[in-house]
Structures are given as structure tokens and as C-alpha cells.
Design a protein around this ligand. Structure first.
Ligand code: GUN
Ligand code: FE
Length: 419
């Protein structure tokens, strides 16, 4: 007996050329956790598999390339500030509380439950500087069934006395201890997480570059989010060609690295991100809330960057990637109107591609229904907002503009049903 199943219904995903691929009344075949393909008529060889009829739209699961688990507690707070004031007033005091393991366990329980119930199937998550609390988060996410990368944060300078590591060497030793303990997880894997250049010394960044190479680890950080932050980096690193150049010099860029934001990159920096294959995480809700700016996503797509979406909670106010998709479209429309009308705004299909195929690529063959792709699937109940005369393409458009995470009726990760 084959290990698999078939979902029958109206299927939408992003094609390899980034165009929209619409399949009304079709079969999505899943075998051993992977997609075997989408078929209007079920091929003979799959006829023994159980078939489920799905109302609504069948789409790939969403990848959240950037979020902060401890900040789940702060959703919606402090968003009248810009980045650096928001970090000092709201974020660092909350993250410091995670030294208390009971507090951390309770908060991370709430976060993990919310992420599990969301439209997200894959995520890259910042924890705090505390190794034990980070392991607690990893245990909970491992149980959630989602595929995640989680990082113990590194910070050894320019941080408040109540939330900083004593030295680069202590930060690196704590990171190695955490990595050794994190080795038993399968779905939740470690990712090196220097917070950003202002809070990491050269010695720390260089040690993390060495660890990344020695242990073949992925890495995540923040890059070029806010103008005051960028000016600060220039002051801290006068010999570097750019903010991106600092990460490049320490060997922190590459196809397994994610840089969140990338709002204000120069042409030369875009070239570095492109040539190293580094992923950019576009976080439009956060960019609006803390007024960082409007990242030129169309330019990045035209330049061939690897790019996906991040909820960046709690700079972003929601884990719901449907909302983040819409914010990406909205920001690009305002950017077109107010900043540069030579760069077309993002379409619904562009935003959907960012949330699925493009962001999913960080995790391997993830984010689409091509044969061989891991079967991350959402069944989105659209009865709340569709019209009975809608074409499939109109139902897709309405989903992008109107759906909420609560509309996800079923979610599968690598072929396993989560709810
Ligand atoms: N830069 C450094 N730390 C943070 C953070 O926690 N959130 C955001 N949005 N930017 C940062
Ligand atoms: Fe962030």
C-alpha cells in the first residue's frame, strides 16, 4: 500500500517562472510527504490512494522568513516609535525577562500555539540571548509539527546593562553549548543569530562566521532597516564600504543567510546580496509600523535576489502572512505613487509568490506543488467572501486581499496534517 493521499479541489500555486498556476477541479497527489503533481484526471497509478474533497482553495503553506518569538508578548505595543527607541523602550526590557525560564516557558507556549494555528508552515525565528529559554522554545516548536529555524541571539555591545552578554568569547561559548544541546531536534533546527551590527563586536561576528563554516549552519540578522541605524553602523565601522560590506567581510552572507529588511540598500549592496545568494526578508508591516521606509521589492525581484516575506513580530503587529502579503502590495503601491513610478507595484500573484515559492526556497523544495516539492498545504475556506460567479482567478485575487489566517481550515506540513 502506498503512503499518500489525494486532495481534490481548486488548486493555486506559483509556477517555476513565478507566474500563477491555476487548476480548477484537480487532484493534488502527495506521496511520502512530497507532491507527486497536480492532475485534472487522476492517473491510474494513484487510484488506490484515499481522496479528500476540499471546499475552498488549496494553496502552498506560507514561509515566514523573519520573526521574534519573545516579542509575541508585545504585539501592537510601542508602534508610535522608530526602531532604536522602540528597541530600547519596548523590546529589550521584554526580551530580558526571558532569563526567567518559567516566564519563558509560558510565553513560548502561547507563541508556539499561535504559530501552529496560523497560515505559516515554515519559519525563521529569533529567540533571546538566553540559551536555556531558546531550547525551551525549540522543544515547543518541535512538537508543533512545523519546520522552523530558531536562533539564540548574540549581542555583546551597545545594549542595555540588563540585556547584553559579557564578552564575545562568552557569547560564543554560550552559543556552542546551545548548539550542542539543540542537536536532537529534527523539525526545529538551529540558526546563528547575531542581532545586528550595532549590537555585535567584530570579534563576535568573526567568531560566528567561523562557527557557521565549521558547523555548516545557516544564519539570520537584520540589515539596513532604519536611517538612524544605518548612520550608526557607518560610525561604528568607518572602514567598511557599507552595512552589507560588514556582514560580507565576516563571511556571514550566502544562500543559507537571511537578512531582514534591506530597506535602504545601495546599488553596490544589492549586487553583494545577489552575488552571494543571500535571502532578503521583506517585512512590510514592520516597515510601516516603525516607519523604516518602503523597500524596493520590485527592484530586488528584477535584480534576481532571493527574497521572501517576514512578519517581523512585533515590529510587525501580526503573525498572519495574509496581512503581510497585503502590506507588501500596499507599500509597493505607495512607493510607486510617491517615490518611483518606474517600478511597478506588486500584484496579488507577486505577493503570493513571495509568501510561498520564493520564501519557501530558503527551506529547499518548499512553497509550490511541483513534483518532488515537500507537501506544505493550506486549505483556505473562502465561503466568507467569494461570489458564486467568481472564476478561479477572481477567487485567488479575493483570497489575497480578503483572507485571514482563521480561514485556513486545514494545514499540512511535509504531508502531515497539523489541523
Ligand atoms: N534590529 C535589531 N533588533 C531588531 C528587532 O528586534 N526588530 C527589528 N524590527 N529590527 C531590529
Ligand atoms: Fe526583526
Amino acid at each position: 500500500m502506498m503512503d499518500g493521499f489525494v486532495l481534490f479541489g481548486d488548486i493555486v500555486h506559483t509556477a517555476p517562472d513565478s507566474g500563477l498556476s491555476l487548476h480548477g477541479h484537480s487532484h493534488l497527489v502527495v506521496e511520502s510527504g512530497r507532491c507527486a503533481g497536480v492532475f485534472p484526471i487522476l492517473p491510474e497509478r494513484f487510484r488506490g490512494l484515499p481522496i479528500e474533497n476540499c471546499a475552498g482553495l488549496i494553496v502552498p503553506g506560507f514561509a515566514d522568513l523573519h520573526l521574534h518569538a519573545p516579542q509575541h508578548r508585545n504585539l501592537g505595543l510601542g508602534l508610535d516609535m522608530e526602531l532604536l527607541d522602540w528597541l530600547n523602550t519596548i523590546t529589550f526590557p521584554t526580551e530580558a525577562h526571558f532569563s526567567d525560564e518559567d516566564f519563558a516557558a509560558a510565553e513560548y507556549e502561547k507563541f508556539s500555539a499561535a504559530l501552529r494555528r496560523s497560515a505559516t508552515t515554515r519559519a525563521c525565528v529569533f529567540a533571546t540571548i538566553h540559551g536555556d529559554a531558546t531550547l525551551q522554545l525549540m522543544r515547543l516548536l518541535e512538537q508543533s509539527g512545523l519546520f522552523t529555524f530558531v536562533g539564540k541571539v548574540n549581542m555583546d555591545r551597545n545594549s542595555p546593562a540588563f540585556y547584553v552578554e559579557d564578552s564575545a568569547s562568552k557569547s560564543l561559548r554560550a552559543t556552542e553549548r546551545w548548539l550542542d544541546a539543540a542537536d536532537s531536534f529534527t523539525h526545529c533546527r538551529p540558526i546563528l543569530t547575531p542581532r545586528f551590527v550595532p549590537s555585535c563586536s567584530d570579534e563576535l561576528l568573526s567568531g560566528l562566521g567561523r562557527l557557521a563554516r565549521e558547523r555548516k549552519l545557516p544564519l539570520q540578522s537584520h540589515l539596513s532597516e532604519n536611517l538612524r541605524e544605518i548612520a550608526w553602523v557607518k560610525k561604528l565601522c568607518p572602514d567598511s564600504s557599507s552595512y552589507t560590506g560588514v556582514y560580507e567581510a565576516f563571511g556571514l552572507l550566502g544562500e543559507r543567510s537571511i537578512m531582514a529588511h534591506c530597506v535602504h540598500l545601495s546599488g553596490r549592496e544589492i549586487d553583494i546580496i545577489h552575488d552571494t545568494g543571500t535571502f532578503a526578508a521583506h517585512c512590510p508591516t514592520s516597515n510601516i509600523n516603525v516607519r523604516s521606509g518602503a523597500a524596493p521589492v520590485r527592484r530586488y525581484l528584477d535584480a534576481g535576489l532571493n527574497i521572501g516575506l517576514g512578519s517581523d513580530i512585533s515590529g510587525g503587529h501580526t503573525l498572519d502572512l495574509f496581512e503581510v502579503m497585503r502590506a507588501a502590495i500596499d507599500v509597493s503601491k505607495l512607493r510607486w505613487r510617491l517615490v518611483d513610478d518606474s517600478l511597478p507595484a506588486l500584484t496579488a500573484a507577486d505577493a503570493f509568490a513571495l509568501a510561498t515559492r520564493r520564501g519557501g526556497a530558503f527551506f529547499g523544495k518548499v512553497g509550490a506543488f511541483d513534483a518532488g516539492y515537500e507537501a506544505d498545504i493550506l486549505v483556505v475556506d473562502d465561503r466568507r467572501y467569494v461570489n458564486s460567479e467568481d472564476s478561479l482567478s477572481q477567487r485567488f485575487e479575493r483570497m489575497v486581499h480578503l483572507a485571514r489566517a482563521e480561514d485556513v481550515a486545514h494545514k499540512y506540513v511535509a504531508g502531515v496534517r497539523i489541523f
